[in-house]
Write a protein that binds this ligand. Structure first.
Ligand SMILES: *Cc1c(COP(=O)(O)O)cnc(C)c1O
Length: 380
């Protein structure tokens, strides 16, 4: 039997929730959207949540709403999914990458501080820094926030890996030390809506702007209109937005899934606790134990020269391991923008030995044991 690296958990209550919407008056723009937004806001501790079509759409809207445009710069980590930096390119801004801490895989705040000092002299400071909570481990947001105050940038948390993660008593999405946090509900993530995402913020004006931009820049709110209403049919487009609206079918699935988030997280944390014990004695480096992390992934590093063989052997044995991630700037598209190997040496070394072991709420102890047995055999 195949063991994937990640997998959704759908039960009858999820199916019933979607079917109920199919029988209702609203397939989109109905009551399920505000219901999901309220449930998410309560879960992550944000004042406002705006549901969108994907995490990628959320990152794009967040950049746009924070005013990112041509001539601006956005910095992020290279050890992430391409969406973390593509969002800047959608806005016509420039991107650069800050190397990682080789123990955690998170952006190195020491390297970031050095680069910020250098950029201040050159007049090339970033407008936005995207913090990625790699694998569900939380970046030190207070330290990043202090840098943001000193150097005047805004913070987007790419929290696609971190729904339910807690750090220093603060749940990711509370946005105490950031402007917004963006979540993804792709099936490999903690909860799913098929495709889907959400943006959380404490800032009411930013939330208003995000919802406006989500729906073409169109408003029916008299307070936001430039002119007088001409009747009940009247709406105004006050800026150029997008159609990034989630459907009610997806939102109903999301709300149903969210009810089981605590159970999903508890199981992920259990697996993350079991792995190091099972891996003991193997030539494998894991991430540091982090009981309050959200554990979206379970990446380990083996010797770089062995990685491909180990990966292939596990796939042949039907354990569908994966690799997260090739440093973004090594993608052909980014190389065409001028990025060269060597930009972030730690991220390149980290990548060279990387393998993501299976991590999902439906993974059973026996299957996890089998994964590690196969890994040991492949490494022998
Ligand atoms: C999944 C993911 C995204 C994108 O989310 P989608 O919902 O697939 O668009 C962005 N950033 C990271 C780090 C992700 O893992």
């Amino acid at each position: 039997m195949k063991i994937p690296y990640a997998r959704q958990m759908i039960d009858q209550s999820d199916i019933d929730a979607v079917i109920e919407v199919l029988h209702s008056d609203w397939l989109t723009q109905g009551p399920c959207i505000p219901a999901l937004e309220a449930a998410l806001a309560a879960t992550v501790g944000a004042a406002h949540v705006v549901a969108v079509t994907s995490g990628t759409a959320g990152l794009h809207l967040a950049c746009h709403a924070l005013g990112l445009g041509p001539g601006d710069r956005l910095w992020t980590t290279p050890l992430s999914f391409v969406a973390s930096s593509n969002c800047a390119l959608y806005c016509g801004a420039d991107v650069d990458f800050i190397d990682i801490d080789p123990d955690t895989g998170l952006m190195s705040l020491e390297v970031l501080a050095e680069e910020l000092h250098r950029a201040r002299h050159l007049g090339t400071l970033p407008k936005i820094v995207v913090a990625v909570h790699y694998a569900g481990l939380v970046l030190d947001m207070l330290a990043l926030f202090e840098l943001a105050r000193e150097f005047g940038f805004r913070i987007i948390e790419d929290a696609a890996h971190a729904l339910g993660a807690v750090s220093d008593g603060i749940t990711v999405g509370t946005c105490r030390h950031s402007d917004v946090a963006v979540f993804s509900f792709h099936p490999v993530k903690h909860i799913t809506t098929g495709e889907g995402g959400a943006v959380a913020t404490q800032n009411p004006l930013l939330a208003q702007r995000l919802s406006l931009l989500r729906s073409h820049g169109i408003t029916r709110d008299a307070a936001l209109m430039k002119g007088e209403s001409e009747g009940d049919w009247y709406y105004e487009q006050v800026e150029l937005g997008f159609n990034y609206r989630m459907t009610d079918l997806q939102a109903a699935l999301g709300t149903s899934q969210l009810r089981r988030l605590d159970a999903f997280l508890a199981r992920r944390r259990q697996l993350a606790e079991r792995y190091p014990a099972l891996l003991e004695g193997l030539p494998v480096k894991a991430l540091p134990p982090s009981p309050d992390a959200a554990w979206h992934l379970y990446p380990v590093r083996v010797e770089a020269s062995r990685r491909k063989d180990v990966f292939d052997a596990m796939r042949r044995a039907q354990v569908i391991v994966n690799v997260h991630y090739l440093p973004i700037y090594l993608q052909p598209y980014y190389r065409r923008l001028g990025f060269q190997p060597g930009r972030c040496p730690q991220a390149e070394v980290f990548y060279a030995g990387l393998i993501s072991l299976p991590m999902y709420a439906g993974l059973e102890d026996a299957a996890q044991d089998r994964v590690v047995r196969l890994l040991a055999k492949a490494l022998a």
